[in-house]
Design a protein around this ligand. Structure first.
Ligand SMILES: *[C@@H]1O[C@H](CO)[C@@H](O)[C@H](O)[C@H]1NC(C)=O
Ligand SMILES: *[C@@H]1O[C@H](CO)[C@@H](O)[C@H](O)[C@H]1NC(C)=O
Ligand SMILES: *[C@@H]1O[C@H](CO)[C@@H](O)[C@H](O)[C@H]1NC(C)=O
Length: 492
């Protein structure tokens, strides 16, 4: 009798523990942190699986401090390698915004860098030290490539005071007015926040000033710009172009609230760009009314490009009803996109304690396509004073992955909130890119990479040959999550 019941309990414990392992998927695999259902599809967050950084004082090949790189990241095509030993390798192409500009904008030539990485995902619940955690995503700077305006002129990051009018030539690749340094300095000025790396070695970049979307050739020259609808082009009260980011325009994108989000549908080549928050006429002059932003779609054939769609996306609100602005989007499939929406708190930010830093999901499946309607004109706001026009159905937006999850951060020696030290999560996360895990048991699993824009904040910085001290060291942090995205149509 005693013998029998012991056997029974042993059996029961064996069954229970195998079920427990089953819910963790594999003994060494990831566990489920949370999930969300959108349009009948369940998306799963399997948690933070890697962390890496490049120190704040690292200098790139031109001599400038390497910074701002989380403004835009992409995987270099054909570099993603799924190793048999649980390691993954690849090359990031990262694009800073406009140089060290805490005091004023500078004559920073646009550039991108290549960074090799080795990812060794960490699935355990035990806490790694901050230094051991950095071995899960090892980053190695490779090179810097400077970018040029038409005619091999250098681009600039200076606040634009001038305008270059569009070419009247038939089939010109530049259909709209562009921001330049000044009336006497005709160089294109760029504040880059998004990137798509094409298989042929060219890129699309998105910018906050125009706001613009530009193609950079494989030889690093600006060769094309996409046509931006009138509702978004910044203008003063007399209707004149007003590209400066120092003041808000009367209509169009708000200052420093341009195309933060840029992504592509790899199956059709359709390009999507999203404003960080509402245009001025749509409530963008105040964070309590700026939640209704616009997602645009473009089709490109050679030099010809057309606006192919436009939808309204309702950004999340803080408890005080202020907009959590959106700093990146990433195409998933079936009308679904990631959106990186957040506050500005964390390392290098206003406060130590961040309350919202999320990779969320939204779907445009049921949303009204407003392109080619009166809403393309600044005279017809989609949301006067932040109140959405009743004729418009916005996208469906759902919160998904929180970066400020204390338990997940602690596994990598990181934290949110005080103290303000190098293990505090950076404030300004601005990029997303995805790569398949290649796990036959979980064919819909992807790694979601994100990187922070550290604003070049270093106590030992160099900018255009001159040393600077920004009074704080904010490292270039990277995070990697594992996610399940059924129906995703991503390629790499
Ligand atoms: C679209 O509308 C249908 C019908 O009301 C609903 O079942 C579905 O969940 C909606 N999808 C999204 C993404 O809003
Ligand atoms: C595209 O534009 C470039 C630059 O203006 C021009 O050299 C080229 O001929 C154009 N291509 C076509 C197919 O028109
Ligand atoms: C951030 O943390 C530091 C301690 O590391 C503290 O001195 C500072 O007051 C905190 N800042 C805020 C805004 O709470």
């Amino acid at each position: 009798m005693v013998h029998l019941s012991t056997t029974f309990f042993t059996l029961l414990i064996t069954v229970l523990s195998s079920q427990l392992v089953g819910t963790k998927e594999t003994a060494t695999g990831p566990s489920v942190v949370n999930s969300v259902t959108l349009d009948g599809v369940t998306y799963i967050n399997k948690g933070l699986v890697a962390f890496g950084l490049i120190p704040s004082d690292f200098r790139e090949s031109t001599g400038d401090t390497l910074g701002g790189i989380g403004s835009a990241i992409a995987l270099k095509p054909n570099t993603w390698t799924i190793g048999g030993s649980g390691q993954f390798t690849g090359t990031f192409i990262v694009h800073p915004d406009r140089g060290y500009n805490v005091e004023e904008t500078i004559n920073y030539q646009a550039r991108h860098h290549e960074i090799d990485f080795t990812l060794t995902p960490y699935y355990d619940s035990n806490k790694l030290s901050f230094s051991s955690a950095q071995k899960t995503l090892v980053l190695e700077y490779k090179k810097t490539v400077l970018e040029f305006d038409v005619g091999q002129k250098t681009t600039s990051g200076l606040d634009p005071e001038g305008v270059r009018m569009p070419s009247q030539a038939i089939n010109s690749p530049f259909p709209g007015p562009l921001p330049v340094v000044s009336a006497t300095d005709n160089r294109l000025t760029l504040d880059v926040e998004g990137i798509i790396a094409n298989a042929d070695g060219s890129f699309w970049i998105s910018d906050e000033y125009a706001p613009g979307i530009y193609r950079i050739s494989s030889t690093s020259a600006v060769v094309q710009a996409l046509p931006i609808p009138d509702a978004i082009i910044p203008r003063d009260k007399d209707g004149n172009l007003f590209f400066t980011s120092d003041d808000d325009p009367e209509t169009g994108r708000a200052g420093n609230q341009g195309f933060e989000g840029l992504t592509i549908d790899p199956t059709t080549g359709r390009i999507y760009a999203m404003l960080q928050a509402a245009t001025i006429q749509d409530g963008g002059d105040d964070k309590s009314t700026s939640r209704y932003t616009r997602l645009l779609a473009f089709d490109v054939q050679g030099n010809q490009s057309t606006l192919a769609g436009e939808w309204v996306v309702p950004l999340p609100l803080s408890p005080k009803d202020n907009t959590e602005t959106c700093n990146e989007i990433a195409f998933v499939g079936n009308g679904v996109f990631f959106a990186l929406s957040r506050d500005g708190d964390g390392r290098g930010g206003d406060d130590n304690n961040s309350k919202y830093k999320n990779a969320d999901l939204f779907s445009i499946r049921n949303a009204t396509d407003i392109h080619g309607t009166k809403f393309d004109s600044p005279a017809h706001p989609i949301a006067s004073n932040g109140k959405l026009d009743s004729s418009i159905t916005p996208a469906t937006y759902v919160p998904f992955i929180s970066f400020v999850d204390d338990d997940q951060l602690a596994r990598f020696g990181l934290h949110n909130g005080s103290p303000d030290d190098e293990t505090l999560l950076d404030a300004k996360w601005e990029s997303l890119t995805l790569a398949p895990v290649g796990d036959a048991s979980f064919p819909d699993d992807y790694f979601l990479f994100t990187a922070a824009d550290n604003d070049f904040l270093s106590t030992h910085g160099f900018s255009l040959g001159e040393p600077f001290d920004a009074e704080i060291d904010v490292d270039n942090q990277f995070l990697v999550f594992r996610v399940t995205l059924p129906g995703a149509v991503l390629k790499q």
